[in-house]
Design a protein around this ligand. Structure first.
Ligand code: FES
Length: 103
């Protein structure tokens, strides 16, 4: 699989006055889910990234739900592709980056 770019929402309420988006280029050995791509960024590019992690990875727990290109989806069930924008759902209080308060 060729290298691809994803854009992630970043916001640390303790430090940032405004949210912003950050691009990351991933050069994987093979296909990755969006959740795996986020994990790749965390482990290889930017350890300051916060996101909800789960070992289910099968669309069961729902903890990985985020907006992908404006549509709410389970990131463990979607294949990462070039140009994807990943962010929390609107109208959610942001804890940090991709971690938001749930119901
Ligand atoms: S990790 Fe459980 S639904 Fe995605």
């Amino acid at each position: 699989m060729a290298a691809f770019k994803i854009t992630l929402f970043r916001f640390d309420p303790a430090r940032d006055s405004e949210p912003h988006y950050q691009d990351y280029v991933i050069d994987p050995d093979g296909p990755l889910s969006v959740l795996q791509a986020i994990r790749h960024v965390y482990h290889h590019e930017d350890g300051s990234l916060s996101f909800r992690n789960s070992d289910c990875r099968r669309g069961v727990c729902g903890i990985c739900s985020m907006m992908i290109n404006g549509r709410r989806q389970l990131t463990c069930m979607c294949l990462a592709t070039d140009g994807m924008k990943i962010e929390p759902p609107p109208n959610r209080k942001i804890v940090k980056d991709l971690v938001f308060e749930t119901d």
